[in-house]
Design a protein around this ligand. Structure first.
Ligand code: KG4
Ligand code: ZN
Length: 365
């Protein structure tokens, strides 16, 4: 095993086509030499969600170019790449297949190792890429497609403490925006409106807070919001600006309360392991929400736990996290061959019971 490893990573499990190159020398902090991400928003916007077939075709078209761009940005040639890491699941199967086939072609053509990576492991190992986090740390993945608490013990060893049994919070933000006539993606627009609203004007449910454990549910919130909106519209004959802001503030406050309380419970389980440098990391698009971040920081401070959120470009889907997770797997001696298959579902913690539900933006595992 060479002291310095240079890994090319590919990601295509949802609606971002990404290629990145990450290098690490021995124990030194890893370096991102290039990270290219091509979103597909304009291809799907007319359909109100990601269309798997359109996504897969777009990935197949864009992957080669993304690899070329990553090489140009880094100033490297393919001859300098030690291994190819690729998202092999979970996700929309056509997209995952596009990436796996591209990676197999590169691996066979260059005669270098192939390393399949679990997309969720990519997110979960990001605090090691950005902050050199030491195991074990607690991770909250919270995006349009994911919502789960994981304790990361090692590159392939995770305990899932709980997750959503239906929608991911990002989906709930997006649906809320749609119901209130606000632009997509919903998270930033709902957050902006919520600033001017009264979070107490409506009392939205805090699902599953009355049950023990760290599982969450966000689909009922959307129904409650729809009812509240209809009531306001029936009363005013439309949706006044202030009423819309109040609905956003009430919805956001409910999401914040649920995430804060479940995080508090997850921290208690994690801290029972007595980690020497306790850390909670959040990742995913929803981690950009300032109200959510502020509350999670408070929960962490109450438990004397360090809080970290990687820069947004590394919180949302990207290939640098895949290259890095592949690098850790490869360094530990693992690699795949041409039998590597694309998996629509692939839980990180094989011992945890399956979570119900599957989101519109890809499989939750
Ligand atoms: O991680 P991400 O880019 O993509 C996947 O879900 O794969 O997350 C996107 C989600 C969207 O649902 C978006 O509305 C949400 O993250 N989001 C936010 C904010 N910024 C993005 N949600 C709440 N508050 C925000 N500021
Ligand atoms: Zn993701």
């Amino acid at each position: 095993m060479p002291e310095t490893l240079t890994i090319l990573g590919l990601e295509s499990s949802c609606d971002d086509t990404a290629a990145a190159i990450v290098r690490q020398s021995g124990d030194k902090p890893p370096e991102i030499l290039a990270s290219i991400v091509h979103g597909q928003n304009e291809l799907h916007s007319a359909f109100g969600g990601v269309v798997p077939e359109i996504a897969a075709r777009a990935h197949a078209e864009k992957l080669d170019y993304s690899v070329e761009e990553a090489l140009t940005t880094s100033g490297l040639t393919l001859a300098e790449i030690d291994a190819i890491a690729v998202t092999a699941g979970p996700g929309l199967i056509g997209g995952v297949l596009s990436g796996v086939m591209c990676a197999k072609g590169l691996s066979a053509g260059l005669n270098i190792p192939l390393v399949g990576v679990n997309h969720l492991a990519g997110h979960a190992l990001t605090p090691r890429l950005t902050d050199q986090a030491t195991y074990p740390y607690l991770m909250l993945l919270v995006s349009g497609g994911h919502c789960q608490f994981l304790i990361a013990h090692g590159p392939e060893r995770f305990s899932r403490l709980g997750g959503t049994i239906d929608d991911a919070p990002g989906e709930a933000f997006d649906k809320t925006a749609r119901l209130l006539g606000l632009p997509q993606p919903g998270g930033p627009s709902v957050q902006a409106e919520a600033k001017y609203g009264d979070p107490k004007a409506h009392r939205f449910p805090r699902p599953l807070l009355d049950r023990p454990g760290c599982n969450m549910s966000f689909s009922g919130l959307k129904t409650a919001l729809l009812r509240a909106r209809d009531a306001v519209m029936a009363e005013h004959g439309g949706l006044p600006k202030q009423a819309r802001a109040d609905l956003c503030a009430g919805f956001q406050a409910a999401v914040v309360d649920v995430l804060a309380e479940k995080t508090r419970r997850a921290l208690e389980v994690y801290l029972a392991d007595t980690p020497s440098k306790p850390l909670l990391a959040v990742a995913g698009g929803v981690a950009a929400n300032t109200a959510i971040r502020a509350r999670l920081e408070t929960v962490c401070a109450d438990h004397s736990v360090t809080f970290t959120a990687p820069p947004l470009a590394l919180c949302t889907d990207n290939a640098a996290m895949i290259a890095y997770a592949g690098l850790e797997r490869f360094r530990s001696g693992a690699q795949d061959d041409m039998t590597l298959s694309a998996r629509p579902r692939w839980p990180l913690d094989k011992t945890a019971p399956a979570l119900l539900g599957s989101g519109k933006r890809g499989a939750k595992a």
